[in-house]
Each structure stands twice: as C-alpha cells, then as structure tokens.
Design a protein around this ligand. Structure first.
Ligand code: NAD
Ligand code: TYD
Length: 337
C-alpha cells in the first residue's frame, strides 16, 4: 500500500481526485487533511467515506504538531498538496490568508515531509504563476514566472519553494501547473459554476471588463488523470504543464451556458474589471503528452454539458452553499451590480 497524504481533499479538485482514485486503485491508502474552509465540503466525498483505505482529518497544513502526528501514525511516504486559498477575487479583497496558507502552510508541510523522508512530494501549482500572455504564444515549463495577483504570487512562492527543496535538499519534488478547471463540485465563486447558478436563478451574469479575457479550460477529470500520471511516473525535480488546448473568451463561455440553459442574453451584465486582470492564459502541454503519454479524454463540448447537467441535478449541493457565508462574499464582490 502507498500511504499518501492528500491535502485540501475536500475542495473542488482534491475531492474529485480522491473520488476518482479510490475507484481506480486499491493499493493507495489516502489520508486527507483539510481545514474545511468555506471551500471545503465533506459532502463531495460521500462515496469515499465508505472505503477502508480512506481517512479524513480536519486540520491545517500549517499545524506542524498535527502534521508530525499524521506522518508518524499513517507512515506517510507520499504527499499531494492541493490545499490552498484558490480564488483570485478573494485574494484581491484580502491577501493575508493566501500567504499564510499557500506560502507558510506549504513551508510547514515541506519541512515535515523532509523530516520524514517522503518518497515523492507533488505540489499542485497553476499556470497563473506565468502571468499574462498577449494575443500569441503559450506558456511552456521554461516561461519565466511572473505572477500578477496576490493569489498567483502566493502560488508562485510555494511552487518555487518546493523546487528549492529539490535543489537544496534533494527532496523528491514534482510540480504540476494546470490551466483553469471546470466540473462537478466547483465552488460557485469561479466563472463557470457562478454563471450556471446565476442563470438558473434568473440573476444577472456579472462579466468583468469587456468579457474578452481568455482562459484555457480543462475538465477536472482530465486534470486528475494527469496528476496521477505525474505522481506515478513524473521525473523528480521536473515541472509539468497540464492543459487541454481549449482557449475561450469569457463571453463565449457565458453565452454557451445561457444557450444550454435556454436563458436570454439580456441576463449578461458587464461590470467594472477585476484589478490587474490577466488578459490571456494558454498552456503548452507538449511535455506531459510526449514524455508521459497523457492526452485529455474529454472534449470541452461534452464535458461542459456534463458539468451543466451536474449543477442542474445537484441543486441541494449549491443551494446550501449560496445560502451560507457565500452571501456576504457575493455582496462584497459584486456590489456594483
Ligand atoms: P478549492 O478552493 O476548491 O479547495 C481548496 C481546499 O483546500 C478546500 O477544501 C480548503 O478547505 C482546503 N484548505 C484551505 N486552506 C487550508 C489549510 N490551511 N490547510 C488545509 N486545508 C486547507 O481549490 P481547488 O480549485 O480545488 O484547487 C486545488 C489546488 O489546485 C490549489 O492548490 C489551486 O491553486 C490549484 N489549481 C486550481 C485550478 C482551478 O482551476 N481551480 C487550476 C490550477 C491549479
Ligand atoms: P475565475 O474562474 O475566477 O478564474 P481565474 O481568474 O483564476 O482564471 O475567472 C475566470 C475568468 O472569468 C477570468 O478572466 C475572470 C472572469 N470572471 C468574470 O468575468 N466574472 C465573474 O464573476 C468571475 C468569477 C470571473
């Protein structure tokens, strides 16, 4: 059995990872540590709760004492670090927690993993560490790091910190930098679920600026397939970009959601732009495709329909969310509407 500490496994990508992997592998023992912030939700993990090779611990990756206890008790030999504050708009409203969790928390986790001599430490990073592109070109693994938001700069710090632990201590670090994800269990602060839910509620769809910013979208299942491949076969000390070559303008996504849900375009409301809004992201994933033989299994056209259907069929999941802390965040973030 591989004893794997998965951090942030109650969030969007982490919970999809755990649900996916427990179906695929019975040689993994998954220990999930999650602080259960506003973004963590144990409902995402109902299926996993039934498995004997899954354990949940509520806790903070910045808590050294708790980590030492977990590493000892579960004989942790592998770490996949998903835990993070993950939303750019929240990092603009207040950056402190981003540096506390994403930088200092990752530091505590790395130091503990170093002490216990783990065999692999996978840091889940993001393409946002590369900054913003003009109309042409794509991010490759050698593109200079140039983050623009408090979120992306905190992620860049943890990414570079992890790499420095490889160079300095020969720790078995691997990094993935993925583009924008979508799929089931995504918290409705992010573009796609927010637009789906607002459209279903016949509320305005707030589009920042001119709506022409470009993101490169990947279905969360494809991201997690890539993560596991890198976890199993990725070369120590290497960075792997992950993306499905699916660039779209924000307004195209919004229009697609409206037409799929048979809602009118009059619901779109252009609002003041996000400060420092990155214009375009695009990922070159040649390295993972050629070296690890990964390709995305889903087209955007099929996976976006699956995603919209999931939100239609799981109203209870998101209704509980939007009636909680979310209300306060939403009114602060969208006070111009
Ligand atoms: P998310 O916000 O949905 O989930 C984050 C999880 O981390 C939550 O369950 C939260 O409770 C937990 N958490 C936060 N602080 C913690 C702490 N101090 N200790 C323990 N747990 C803590 O985020 P996500 O979208 O699932 O992203 C997961 C990872 O993937 C992040 O590192 C993010 O930067 C990265 N990433 C995300 C995307 C994307 O499109 N969502 C793309 C590329 C990379
Ligand atoms: P988001 O899902 O926050 O991801 P990120 O900023 O990390 O790429 O936003 C995706 C794009 O959608 C980004 O260009 C900002 C834009 N956006 C809106 O236009 N309106 C919104 O309400 C949100 C949340 C995002």
């Amino acid at each position: 059995m591989k004893n794997i500490l998965v951090t942030g496994g109650a969030g969007f990508i982490g919970s999809n990872y755990i649900n996916y992997i427990l179906n695929e592998r019975d040689d993994y023992n998954i220990i999930n540590i999650d602080k259960l912030t506003y973004a963590g939700n144990l409902e995402n993990l109902k299926i996993s709760e039934l498995k004997s090779n899954y354990h949940f611990i509520k806790g903070d990756i910045g808590n050294a004492e708790l980590l030492r206890y977990i590493f000892e008790k579960f004989k942790i030999k592998y770490v996949i670090n998903f835990a993070a504050e993950s939303h750019v708009d929240r990092s603009i409203l207040g950056s402190e927690i981003f540096f506390k969790t994403n930088v200092m928390g990752t530091n505590v986790l790395l130091e503990t993993a170093r002490f216990f001599e783990v065999e692999k430490f996978l840091q889940i990073s993001t393409d946002e560490v590369y900054g913003s592109l003009g109309e042409k070109g794509k991010f490759s693994e050698t593109t200079p790091i140039s983050p623009n938001s408090p979120y992306s700069s905190s992620k860049a710090s943890s990414d570079l910190m992890a790499l420095s632990f490889f160079h300095t201590y020969e720790m078995p670090i691997v990094i993935t930098r993925c583009s924008n994800n979508y799929g089931q269990f995504q918290f409705p602060e992010k573009l796609i679920p927010l637009m789906i839910i607002n459209a279903l509620n016949n509320q305005k769809l707030p589009v920042y600026g001119d709506g022409l910013n470009v993101r490169d979208w990947i279905y969360v299942v494809d991201h997690n397939r890539a993560i596991n491949l890198v976890f199993e076969e990725g070369k120590i000390g290497e960075v792997y970009n992950i993306g499905a070559s699916n660039e779209m303008k924000n307004i195209e996504i919004v229009n697609l959601i409206l037409s799929q849900l048979k809602r009118d375009e009059s619901l779109i409301q252009y609002i003041k732009d996000r400060p420092g809004h990155d214009r375009r992201y695009a990922i070159d994933s040649t390295k993972i495709q050629t070296e690890l033989n990964w390709t995305p299994a889903f087209t955007f056209e099929e996976a976006i329909v699956k995603t919209i259907d999931w939100y239609l069929e799981n109203k209870q999941w998101w209704q509980r969310i939007i009636s909680g802390e979310y209300k306060k965040y939403y009114s602060e973030q969208y006070n111009l509407i």
